[in-house]
Design a protein around this ligand. Structure first.
Ligand code: BES
Ligand code: ZN
Ligand code: ZN
Length: 491
């Protein structure tokens, strides 16, 4: 989507519609930006209260003799209650309104004030709402490809906001990239495809360096859990490492680890239900790649490494077996209680590998790890687990800013009892109650004493329905959150 800025209404170009925002007041809609030109059309709609200015409300009027055919009265809700998130929601709905009517270009009149919100924050909310909603998946496969907004002109906003708009665009690109990876067929988005994608990213951004351990190296290095999970698949596993080291003077190095199961059948403990969305089981990996793409595009002065263990949890005569014991990269042995608890296995090896080889000062992992977190927090809120209050607070603060919700869960140590095994150091499952906590406690065994956080995104990564400015299917949850979190790391 292209953005343009013009100061005066008269200077605007011809577009398909003009969006005029109104704040909601007690009695009737209050014009946020009075325009004499449109008064004749607007007054009856407002006075009749057919249009009240409620958040996201849109009333199309048809006008003649103007640069646009349509005048869209657009509600922003109560001005004093305006937040970045309410702007995201409202403008997301405005974008969707345009999609449905195949409107590709839009003039947007800027309100003079946004309650207590500063201009920069308001512009960010508006751009994010428009951009995040302006996405569809499988354009090619549909008979009539849905139309998207191509050009937007903001009228009456200072040009100093250009930088913010540009930044929003770059992050949105990274989110589209993440969504595309999640949405693509599991048959296409294989571990090998993820390796190729990482290499492509490193070509696009010279600040990114990629290395990938293949099947042989995984065996040789002793990543025994990643190897075990991958055995039932015809696709070779990989450990992708994307390095972005752009601040030699800083001691901080954050490692982001993302679960990259390209399809989760459950393995020999075959899933009995809900397998049809399991191509999303690499969303953590996609989030990590998308975040590195955004960080590189923005040129942040930080050091970050993305680590993505990737394989398919398939079913075959060669599949790893329940009741067997496999040795992890760290050396701890693990009894397989359930082959469907595969995410924690590949993450355990990736975490231990990161601790040993990458000298992290902090680690954050992202994984569609448990159905249990969906039961606990639903599909709008991710579960946050951490051994470090500092990292947890950093992520919570980032979440406040981006509207990507999360909730801190306890790493309640006594539950570790249930991860004990008679025949190995650990078991990969410990009964259903508190399942997401037990999964997190399992991961904690592999991070030594490095400050670490784990985000269980099983509920938030993929959605069956549109939600304000977020699309159906791959949501792209976590990219903005992580970029925001990384920006605050002290130099
Ligand atoms: N990939 C699933 C978790 C999941 C569930 C992701 C729903 C997205 C939506 C994970 O590998 C899994 O199967 N977990 C099991 C663990 C159990 C066997 C201990 C689960 O949550 O049921
Ligand atoms: Zn599973
Ligand atoms: Zn899984």
């Amino acid at each position: 989507m292209k953005f343009k800025l013009v100061q005066q209404l008269e200077k605007r170009e011809k577009q398909e519609a003009i969006l005029v925002p109104f704040w909601e007041t007690e009695g009737q809609a209050k014009e946020a930006c009075p325009l004499k030109e449109f008064e004749k059309a607007v007054r009856p709609a407002v006075q009749s209260k057919d249009f009240k200015g409620k958040e996201g409300e849109i009333l199309p009027l048809y006008i003649e003799g103007e640069k646009e055919k349509r005048l869209l009265l657009f509600g922003l809700g109560k001005e004093q209650k305006c937040t970045v998130e309410s702007l995201r929601r409202a403008f997301g709905l405005a974008a969707r309104f345009c999609h449905k009517r195949a409107l590709k270009s839009l003039n947007i009149v800027f309100p003079k004030t946004f309650g207590k919100l500063p201009l920069n924050a308001s512009v960010k909310g508006i751009c994010e709402g428009l951009l995040l909603a302006n996405y569809t998946w499988s354009l090619k496969e549909k008979k009539e490809p849905p139309s998207l907004l191509e050009e937007v002109t903001f009228i009456g906003v200072a040009s100093k906001v250009e930088e913010i708009i540009e930044e929003c665009k770059q992050v949105a690109e990274a989110i589209y990239f993440t969504r595309d990876l999640i949405n693509g067929n599991a048959d296409m988005v294989t571990p090998g495809f993820l390796v190729e994608t990482a290499k492509r990213l490193a070509k696009q951004f010279s600040s990114l360096k990629v290395t990938a351990l293949g099947k042989k190296e995984i065996e040789k290095e002793g990543l025994g859990l990643l190897q075990a999970v991958s055995r039932g698949s015809s696709h070779d596993p990989a450990l992708i490492i994307l390095q972005y080291e752009n601040n030699p003077r800083s001691k901080e190095k954050t490692v982001l680890v993302g679960k990259g199961i390209t399809f989760d059948t459950g393995g020999l403990n075959l899933k009995l239900s809900n397998m049809d969305t399991m191509r999303d089981d690499m969303s953590g990996g996609a989030l990590v790649m998308g975040t590195l793409a955004a960080v590189a595009a923005l040129g942040l002065k930080i050091n970050v490494v993305g680590v993505i263990p990737t394989c398919e949890n398939a079913i075959d005569a060669k599949s790893y077996k329940p009741g067997d014991v496999y040795k992890s990269y760290l050396g701890k042995t693990v009894e397989i209680g359930d082959t469907d608890a595969e995410g924690r296995l590949i993450l355990a090896d990736a975490l231990a590998y990161s601790v040993k080889n990458l000298a992290p000062t902090a680690i954050v992992d992202f994984a569609t790890l448990t159905g249990s977190i969906v039961v606990a927090l639903g599909d709008h809120v991710a579960g946050l687990f951490s051994n470090s209050d500092k990292i947890a607070k950093g992520l919570e603060a980032a979440s406040e800013e981006t509207g990507e919700l999360l909730w801190r869960m306890p790493l309640h140590a006594p539950y570790k009892e249930q991860l004990k095994s008679d025949i190995a150091d650990l078991k990969n499952v410990g009964g259903r109650p508190g399942g997401s906590i037990k999964a997190a406690l399992f991961l904690e065994e592999f991070v030594a004493d490095i400050p670490w956080a784990h985000l269980d995104i099983a509920g938030t990564a993929f959605s069956n329905k549109e939600n304000a400015y977020l699309p159906k299917n791959g949501v792209g949850y976590g990219v903005r959150l992580t970029v925001e979190f990384l920006k605050k790391i002290k130099k």
